[in-house]
Write a protein that binds this ligand. Structure first.
Ligand code: NAI
Length: 462
């Protein structure tokens, strides 16, 4: 039975590279039926909407889509189609294989890394504020459910692909609470997969190791921001964005797409390299459990590259059509139609979890204040049940004790704590009292104890 897949050709070179994939799939007798849907700039210009609901509905119905690049106007115009698809369908994992190909000249020829990036949270939640005219803040949001979802999917995927080792990349030595939670979820899920090796590494170290000995890594799982950076680094290891495929996975759905954009500079000239979209479609076939077709097409592409039939961006002089024809010519002839076993689809439903905490008790508040005077902001030492126990400037303690010799900015974190039983209402009264004392606060953060342990960070310098 044929699997229906939503196909969004997109803008710019989208048509040319999508047509190449369609032709190769036909020649390889892949049991896939395309349902074409519109999205992108051309769609916006035609219909006044860049991502029609009918396109989203098609993806929801078919559960799988292949997407060409879509143009996003800079500064004004419609929202990015990619971000809207990712957020509205809860596609929580971005999966990017980085694999060396013969015929593509790079420093390394032995890279075979699968990168799984959390796709929704972290600093990409987009929660940013100017706290004073001179201080910007971006919230890094890591949730247990988001982390568990991406971990569970990563281990399931690693197992289904016969991978051996999963490595969690983080910066939990500095971001002890946020990256600490990501790592905690990794360790919890890893226990359920004793057949896979699991370990972790700090993000700066992994960058250094990747550019010296990339062959040591198998599967990497990362929070959103590190994943964004490290996956492009890995794309560089295998020949750049032109050959980097990807898939956005989650909620039982998947949207596969090349990492590159719509390349308006070469659109319509027949020069586009379809490799990245073809590799994305090969990733899609693996996702659909159509492994034998994936292997056959990848092998044909590998042969074309070895024969030196390459597009201009890879140092060759083949057109999109010539490269496509070469791949088709390299598909094995006279084979029996392969029968893949029942598709080994990997469960990609989000995991909603909540840690059981017996006591989640408010014990104080960090009040963030603006102070444009000299030195450390003068704050009331006591207010109601609260005592001022800490002031920090950019995370470094400046009260109590000696003020270190450091540059102050007009933004201080002032910590009030108490042993008394308090509620949010006591904190509201504290804020009112501080305001009456001339304190310009702009933000506060409740401090909680979880079963007797602090659920917040100490200041640097304590
Ligand atoms: P781009 O990736 O489209 O192009 C950068 C350079 O790489 C250009 O010189 C282009 O000719 C070349 N290139 C890209 N893909 C190629 C291919 N398959 N074959 C041969 N050469 C290729 O990046 P750019 O110019 O920054 O973005 C153009 C548009 O694409 C923008 O509107 C951007 O928002 C959008 N974009 C869309 C993405 C998506 O839909 N997934 C991802 C990245 C950008």
């Amino acid at each position: 039975m044929k699997q229906t897949v939503t196909l969004i050709k997109g803008d710019g070179i989208g048509n040319e590279i999508a047509d190449a994939v369609i032709e190769i799939f036909e020649a390889a007798t892949v049991p896939v039926e395309w349902e074409t849907a519109e999205a992108g700039l051309a769609c916006y210009e035609k219909n006044g909407v860049a991502l029609p609901q009918s396109t989203l509905n098609s993806i929801i119905k078919n559960k799988v889509a292949l997407k060409g690049p879509t143009t996003t106007p800079i500064g004004a115009g419609h929202k990015s189609v990619n971000v809207t698809i990712r957020k509205s369908l809860e596609l929580f994992a971005n999966v990017r294989p980085a694999k060396s190909f013969p015929g593509i000249q790079t420093r390394f020829n032995n890279v075979n890394i699968l990168i799984v990036r959390e796709n929704i949270e972290d600093t990409y939640s987009g929660i940013e504020h100017m706290q004073t005219p001179d201080v910007a803040q971006c919230l890094k949001v890591i949730t247990r459910s988001g982390s568990m979802s991406v971990m569970r999917y990563t281990f399931e995927l690693a197992r289904s692909l016969g991978r051996k080792r999963v490595t969690c990349v983080h910066k939990a030595n500095i971001h002890k609470i946020s990256d600490g939670l990501f790592l905690e979820c990794f360790r919890e899920v890893a226990k359920e997969y004793p057949d896979l090796q699991s370990d972790d590494i700090i993000v700066d170290n992994v960058c250094m190791q990747l550019v010296t000995r990339p062959e040591q890594f198998d599967v990497l799982v990362l929070p959103n921001l590190y994943g964004d950076i490290v996956s492009d680094l890995c794309a560089g290891l295998i020949g750049g964005l032109g050959v980097a495929p990807g898939g956005n996975i989650g909620n039982g759905m998947a949207v596969f797409e090349a990492v590159h954009g719509s390349a308006p500079d070469i659109a319509g000239k027949g020069l586009a390299n379809p490799t990245a979209l073809l590799l994305s479609s090969i990733q899609m076939l693996e996702h659909l459990g159509l492994h034998s077709y994936a292997v056959r097409i990848e092998e044909a592409m590998r042969l074309a590259l070895v024969q030196g039939i390459k597009t201009r961006d890879l140092g060759g002089n083949a057109t999109t059509r010539e490269f496509t024809k070469a791949i088709i010519a390299n598909l094995p002839r006279n084979y029996e139609t392969p029968h893949d076993e029942a598709p080994k689809q990997v469960n990609s439903m989000p995991v909603q979890v909540s840690k059981e905490v017996k006591e989640w008790k408010p014990v104080g508040v960090d009040v963030f204040v603006q102070w444009d005077g000299d030195g450390v902001v003068p704050m009331p030492k006591e207010s109601g049940a609260f005592t001022l126990t800490l002031i920090s400037s950019r995370g470094t303690k400046v009260y109590p004790g000696e003020v270190p010799n450091l540059m102050m900015v007009n933004w201080f974190r002032c910590r009030y704590t108490t042993d008394a039983a308090i509620t949010q209402n006591d904190v509201a009264n504290l804020l009112t009292d501080l305001y009456a004392n001339g304190v310009k606060w702009m933000h506060c953060e409740m401090l909680f104890d979880a079963d007797g342990a602090h659920a917040y960070s100490k200041a640097q310098g304590e």
